[in-house]
Each structure stands twice: as structure tokens, then as C-alpha cells.
Design a binder for this molecule. Structure first.
Ligand code: BCR
Length: 350
């Protein structure tokens, strides 16, 4: 895979990449230190960090990704995109209401796909993917990098994972997870062995195909950092800060690294001839429209779910609500915004 239209300036995006790596490494050091000092961070404090990271920091970037994708697209394309988005989000909500355990499994899968799929495109645009030569190898990379987000915490923090999974399912069926929780003693070692095999296969296959341009080394170092991060940092904090500090920052880096394709549609911000005031007003309008659409989906979801804030603790309940809601809007984010959108896509790399 080669990137043909890289922008000439490569300074800023590598600084952003470095910032994302430093952020995760810093958190590993901090939480390893706390662990050694036998300091435990209460779950309610972890929940506050999660909500800050996912709502205040990550959500605006999620909205921005769609804006950047749709900014210069034809009007009919924009309409089809939003309709497809709402249809898929609606289907996810339907599944969650009818079969909450399957809905939880899908939410976990979406987090893996978003993290892994997003990361693969960042690699293509920045440090390179010369060592990933076939589709199965790239899929393995998605599973290794995205799998760290969920598979490692299942093994490292089983009780917290179980608690929040039960809370999420209980938004629809309070006893829902009970039917499958007896299998956890079997699934946990299976996940551990399966994920370890995926990581080793990804690193080993990439090593065999390495070309000496540093792409494999960067990939291997980052994959190791991700696995360490999710093994050391408590899962609620880890997931809550991974999306803004790793996923979002690295997508910024990808975007800085690639040229914007000319898609022939009218620029939502008015194009190069628009004056600064006009651009600011249009940006404000787009922001308000996106925020209203997102809020409408959140309110609809809240109304449809029997118990949107499950359990006695507000913060933990909000974490459960937000995790399912954000997975609902992230499914079309991944499927409509990238897999189906061959023209540009939210993870565009030429
Ligand atoms: C709506 C709409 C819109 C918007 C969109 C957006 C704004 C997006 C965003 C997006 C995003 C921003 C995404 C994100 C994602 C994330 C995720 C997907 C995550 C997940 C997570 C999870 C699932 C977790 C969980 C858990 C468990 C399981 C256990 C432990 C604990 C915890 C919690 C960690 C538009 C305008 C287009 C239009 C149409 C409609």
C-alpha cells in the first residue's frame, strides 16, 4: 500500500503522533506508580474521567470527522449518508432493545473496529504499512490494535468489565447478563489466548514482510504500547482517555498528512473565496446542526430504553448509558462513514 498524495510538510503530524504516544506512555507510568504505591482510584472518579474524555473531548472530534467527510460532497450524497447513518443507528437500537446481550457484544465489536480500523489508516498515512502486504494481514492489524481496547481489559480487569457489562445490559433487562455470566470463567482464558495469538501473528507476519523503512518497527512499538496501556490503566479511565488522546489525536495526524481530494461538491464553509466572517458563521451553523442531530439521537435513545441510567450510582449509570449510546452512533460512523464510503470516507487516505 502506498500513499501517493502526502502533503509536503511532515512536521506537525509527527508532533501530533508523538503527543498521542507520550500521552498513553505517561498514563502507563502514572498508573503503574499508583499501583506500586497501593493507591486505588475509586470507580466513581474513574467514571468522571471517562465522561470528561468521551463527552467533552471525543464527541466533538467524532462530529468533526463527519463534517470533514461531507464538507465538499454533493448534496444528494450528503442526504443518502445521513439517511444511511440514521437507519443503521436505528437498527442497532432495535437490536439492543430486543437482545441486549447481543447489543453489548456489538458495542464491544464497534469499539474494536473503530480503534483498529482507524489506526490502520493512520499507519498508512504516517509511518507506513509496507510490512502489511495483504488484506488478511491488514485485518489482523485491525484485530491486534483494536482488540487491545477490549480484549486486554477483559483479561486484566475482569470484575470492572463484568460490572459495567451488567449495567449496560440492565438498561433493558436487569437480569440479562445472568444467563451468560457463568461462561465468563471459560471466555476469559479463551480471549487471553486468542488475543495473544492475534498479536503474535500480527507482529511475526509483519516482521517477515518488513522492508527496512521503519514501518514495522513503529507498528510493533505502538502495538506493544497499546497492550501495555490497557493492561495497566484501569479500564474505565483507559477507554475514556484512549478515544480522545489516541484515536482522535492520531486521526488529526492522518488528516494533516494527506491532501484533500476534490469531490466537486459545494464547500459547506463557502470555499476559498468566502470571507472570514462568512466562514465563521457557516462553521457555527454546521456545528449547531450537528449538535442538534446528535442530541436528537441521544434523546430518542434515552426515551426508548426502559432504564437509561441503570443502577443506584449516577456516574456509573451515565458511563453505561454513554458507552451504549456512543457505540450506536459509532456503528454507522465505521460502516457508513468508512467501509461503504469508497469515495473519501472518514479515514480517507489517497
Ligand atoms: C448522530 C448523527 C450525527 C453525528 C455523529 C457523531 C457526533 C458521531 C460521533 C462518534 C463518536 C464520538 C464515536 C466514539 C466511539 C466510541 C466507542 C464505540 C466506545 C465504546 C466503548 C465501550 C463499548 C466501552 C464499554 C465498557 C465495557 C464494555 C466494560 C468496561 C467499561 C467500559 C465502559 C469501558 C451526524 C451529525 C453525522 C448526522 C446524523 C446523526
Amino acid at each position: 500500500m502506498s500513499v501517493t498524495h502526502l502533503r509536503e510538510s511532515v512536521g506537525v503530524e509527527s508532533t501530533v503522533l508523538t503527543a498521542s504516544r507520550a500521552a498513553l506512555a505517561g498514563l502507563v507510568v502514572l498508573f503503574a506508580g499508583l499501583h506500586l504505591a497501593a493507591v486505588e482510584v475509586p470507580l466513581t472518579a474513574q467514571a468522571a474521567v471517562y465522561l470528561l474524555g468521551m463527552v467533552a473531548l471525543n464527541l466533538p472530534h467524532g462530529g468533526y470527522e463527519h463534517f470533514a467527510n461531507l464538507r465538499r460532497r454533493a448534496t444528494t450524497f450528503r442526504g443518502t449518508y445521513v439517511a444511511g447513518y440514521l437507519l443503521l443507528a436505528g437498527a442497532f437500537v432495535g437490536l439492543f432493545l430486543l437482545a441486549p446481550v447481543a447489543g453489548l457484544a456489538l458495542a464491544i465489536g464497534v469499539a474494536v473496529l473503530k480503534g483498529g480500523g482507524g489506526d490502520l489508516h493512520v499507519l498508512r498515512a504516517t509511518t507506513g504499512t509496507s510490512h502489511l502486504r495483504s488484506r488478511p494481514q491488514r485485518l489482523l492489524a485491525v484485530a491486534a490494535r483494536g482488540g487491545a481496547v477490549m480484549a486486554v481489559p477483559i483479561v486484566a480487569f475482569p470484575n470492572t468489565f463484568h460490572t459495567f457489562s451488567a449495567l449496560m445490559v440492565s438498561m433493558v433487562d436487569p437480569a440479562g447478563l445472568g444467563g451468560v455470566s457463568s461462561y465468563f470463567s471459560v471466555t476469559r482464558p479463551l480471549v487471553a489466548v486468542g488475543y495473544a495469538a492475534v498479536v503474535l501473528a500480527h507482529l511475526g507476519w509483519g516482521f517477515r514482510n518488513r522492508t527496512g523503512d521503519g514501518a514495522w518497527g513503529a507498528d510493533a512499538a505502538e502495538t506493544t504500547l497499546l497492550v501495555t496501556y490497557f493492561a495497566v490503566v484501569p479500564v474505565v479511565v483507559a477507554v475514556g482517555l484512549y478515544f480522545p488522546l489516541w484515536y482522535s489525536l492520531r486521526q488529526v495526524s492522518r488528516e494533516l498528512a494527506v491532501e484533500e481530494p476534490d469531490l466537486g461538491g459545494a464547500d459547506l464553509l463557502g470555499g476559498p473565496d468566502a470571507d472570514a466572517g462568512g466562514v465563521a458563521l457557516r462553521a457555527w451553523g454546521v456545528l449547531v446542526a450537528g449538535a442538534m442531530a446528535t442530541a436528537a439521537v441521544a434523546v430518542a435513545f434515552w426515551t426508548l430504553v426502559p432504564s437509561p441510567i441503570p443502577g443506584p450510582n449516577l456516574r456509573l449509570g451515565l458511563v453505561a448509558f454513554w458507552s451504549v449510546f456512543i457505540s450506536v452512533v459509532a456503528l454507522p460512523h465505521v460502516v457508513v462513514g468508512s467501509v461503504l464510503d469508497r469515495g473519501r470516507g472518514i479515514w480517507h487516505v489517497p
